[in-house]
Design a protein around this ligand. Structure first.
Ligand code: MRU
Length: 384
């Protein structure tokens, strides 16, 4: 990070492409380039590596809704960046007017996708900055922009800590981890959550390989997880989602590590549809089932999985593949984007503060209480 305006460099300042935040040649998910938010278009992977240049919040929201940027932590960081663009573009110097219009922007951003709680969490964190911000609009804009940079850098640091805690769960010698969807660098500011465990285990000298569920209907496993792991030099094999039973019955997976979009306070976990099936198979075959997620994915206002909103998406995602219709003409579709894995199927939740174990009612409450006082200094100002 270079000097800015003659000031001493700030270690928390924004990462950019080619910097150490993205290990092993991983491609950045999103970053600031001047006053533009650059978002890797994940819809085009693995064929093309293309970035979308966003200069207004509407474009960022479009990227979130259409899954150009996806994965709970990445959505949270994108939301913060989008709000920084919104703040920049609100054309007034009147503080009251600015705050009124900014709150409307936050409300719009919060609605972009329903299940990943990191979105609402990020919106709340940015909004709470205004509580004791300086009265000048220019200072508020700068504060919001700066917060988005801090959130990106923090997310990567948190993911490294998740990786280091999770790596200890990976057996020594050769082992295979099965994962579902993409909870890798692409789903976060960088380094990933579930895949962070793989990266850290390999850095610790463990010979871990990966089975990536293809993850119908949008193929995040086949397209994104496989691409990212190949880039990082990690051996990966793609399996159809319905193969998880035979894979586990043959002893081909030593453990499961998946990400999460929202974790309820009783330990129920919402993640990409199909995760619940994987957890059931893991329980049937005695394979440990771990969830890797930052504490920000644990929703203190959500008592159990029944309270988690599950996104339903367009039928076309199920009835067609790559724009070509597969289902018989006239057939409809059910398209829940997520499911909820009950807490009793979860062996442990790997967070930046360590591995949380059952009973989750206690361990999650304790971890969240610690987060408020020690994790994020800004969180003390009243946001959740
Ligand atoms: O619909 P997506 O691709 O945003 O769903 C993403 C997932 O379900 C991931 O597994 C989850 O967000 C964890 S990401 C670290």
């Amino acid at each position: 990070m270079g000097k800015q305006g003659g000031k001493t460099e700030d270690k928390r300042a924004r990462p950019g492409p080619g910097q150490e935040f993205w290990p092993g040649g991983l491609t950045p998910t999103l970053y600031w380039e001047g006053d533009t938010v650059m978002i890797l278009d994940q819809r085009k992977l693995p064929e093309q590596t293309v970035f979308i240049a966003c200069q207004d919040m509407a474009r960022v929201i479009h990227c979130i809704k259409t899954l150009a940027v996806r994965g709970a932590p990445a959505i949270g960081v994108a939301a913060a960046m989008g709000l920084a663009l919104a703040a920049k573009n609100i054309a007034t110097d009147d503080p009251a007017e600015f705050i009124r219009r900014f709150i409307a922007k936050v409300d719009a951003m919060r609605e972009a996708r329903p299940t990943a709680v990191n979105l609402a969490w990020a919106c709340q964190r940015v909004l709470s900055l205004l509580t004791d911000a300086p009265p000048e609009v220019s200072a508020m804009r700068a504060l919001i922009r700066r917060e988005s940079e801090i959130m990106l850098a923090e997310d990567i640091a948190i993911n490294r800590a998740i990786g280091d805690h999770g790596a200890k769960l990976v057996p020594k010698g050769k082992s295979t981890v099965l994962t579902h969807c993409n909870a890798g660098s692409l789903a976060t500011g960088g380094y990933g959550t579930a895949l962070a465990v793989i990266y850290s285990a390999r850095q610790a000298g463990k010979e871990v390989e990966v089975i990536a569920d293809e993850t119908r209907p949008l193929m995040q496993g086949a397209r994104l997880t496989a691409w990212e792991l190949v880039q990082a030099g990690v051996p990966v094999r793609v399996a159809v989602d319905s193969a998880v039973g035979v894979i586990m019955s043959r002893g081909l997976a030593d453990l499961v590590v998946v990400g999460a979009d929202r974790i309820a306070m009783n330990g129920d976990v919402a993640n990409k549809v199909g995760t619940f099936n994987v957890a059931l198979q893991a329980a049937r075959h005695g394979v440990p089932f771990y969830v890797a997620a930052p504490l920000s994915t644990i929703d203190p206002d959500c008592p159990d999985g029944e309270h988690i909103p599950i996104e339903e998406r367009e039928a076309e995602e199920v009835t067609a593949l790559g724009g070509r219709r597969l289902a018989a003409p006239g057939a409809g579709a059910i398209n829940f984007a997520f499911d909820v894995t009950p807490h009793d199927l979860v062996t442990g939740i790997i967070t930046e503060k360590g591995v949380l174990r059952p009973p989750y009612g206690e361990s999650l409450a304790q971890a969240k209480a610690g987060e408020k006082t020690s994790e994020h200094p800004r969180m003390k100002r009243g946001n959740k």
